[in-house]
Design a protein around this ligand. Structure first.
Ligand code: ATP
Ligand code: MG
Length: 319
């Protein structure tokens, strides 16, 4: 079983609005409403790929009830801790005329110490029947930035594989807790290592540096694939995985679909380079759809052949 953790689960609305202009009134031409938050998106893709997955985290108020019911309608197993405050609704506006995307994410609910303790107990219970735990997304209010770090250490002690996709301080703490896999996008990786990347050499050095900070495997997604340092035949190896970018319907959730694809392949025992290839195909397929975590597995299979995986030789150490 794979567990996905979404501490700040949400209802995600994706609206397609042609010629979106600030300060004007608009009508949507297409819209989707789905339970979301990064861990939930990852669970949706894993389920579509036929992997055994259960989604957990916090859900509160009427929005929380809607999240749980909608997940159940999608046949995504779930076991959330109910909290007193209301879960959030996030809105993404996609303008099909120019591909621009505007996101408005509500401030999440506050979580009490008691609620956090209930969650910890639930997670440790679920972990008894699981092999992989994926932590993805931001933290709700009143939760310490090192919460992921503490949970990662505990789960590692139990022998689980731990994957984390978050940003800012929670990511900084989490990486030091030595997760097996960390998968930031470029902005998140730049913030983590503390400088911008100008070329591919910078990007390669960055994934090595993120691994040095504590992650066993560091994967940085980019809009045309990823850079990664993964453990292959017992040693760290660098890869550049490339796919020709295509016109996207909505790039929201591309990283989540990537991560789900990588994990699904890994859970299936594929070698790391093939896991990266499959992840990139899932990411590229998902951006063709409105609604995070949605993929068509048959289209993913067709894309797999278009993904170029190159092993890289490490550039000379710098600094
Ligand atoms: N236009 C595109 N064409 C093909 N693939 C894309 C495109 N945009 C993104 N992807 C794929 O999606 C994956 C994730 O990309 P990105 O780095 O944008 O993720 P992200 O910012 O973490 O997204 P999110 O957090 O919203 O899920 C990459 O592997 C990339 O190959
Ligand atoms: Mg992401």
């Amino acid at each position: 079983m794979i567990i996905t953790v979404t501490l700040n689960a949400a209802i995600d609305k994706s609206l397609s609005v042609p010629n979106f202009r600030l300060g004007r009134r608009h009508r949507t031409v297409e819209q989707t409403t789905l339970p979301g938050g990064k861990g939930v998106n990852v669970a949706r893709t894993l389920k579509t790929l036929g992997q055994p997955v259960i989604a957990t985290g916090f859900a509160g108020g009427a929005t929380g009830t809607r999240i749980v019911e909608a997940l159940t309608d999608e046949s995504i197993l779930n076991d959330f801790v109910r909290i007193r405050e209301e879960s959030r609704t996030n809105t993404a506006v996609l303008d099909p005329t120019n591909g621009e995307q505007t996101e408005i994410n509500e401030r999440g609910p506050a979580v009490s110490g008691r609620e956090l303790e209930l969650f910890r107990d639930k997670l440790m219970y679920l972990a008894r029947g699981a092999a992989i735990v994926v932590f993805a997304g931001s933290l709700p209010r009143n939760v310490d930035a090192d919460v992921y770090a503490g949970l990662i250490k505990e789960l590692r002690r139990l022998g689980l594989v731990v994957v984390i996709d978050t940003d800012g301080d929670p990511l900084r703490h989490a990486v030091r807790a030595e997760p097996h896999v960390v998968s930031p996008n470029v902005l998140e990786a730049e913030e983590l290592v503390g400088h911008e990347f100008n070329d591919d050499e910078d990007r390669i050095i960055a994934v090595r540096e993120i691994a040095t900070l504590g992650a066993q495997e560091a994967i940085m997604t980019v809009p045309d694939g990823c850079f990664a340092q993964v453990i292959d035949e017992g040693e760290p190896r660098l890869y550049r995985v490339y796919i020709e970018p295509r016109e996207a319907v909505a790039t929201v959730g591309g990283g989540d679909a990537f991560l789900a694809g990588y994990i699904a392949a890994r859970y299936g025992g594929k070698p790391p380079a093939e896991c990266l290839r499959f992840g990139v195909a899932c990411g590229a397929e998902s951006v063709q759809r409105l609604g995070a975590g949605l993929i068509d597995p048959q289209k993913v299979e067709r894309l797999v052949g278009e993904v170029d995986v190159r092993r890289l030789v490490a550039p000379a150490e710098v600094g």
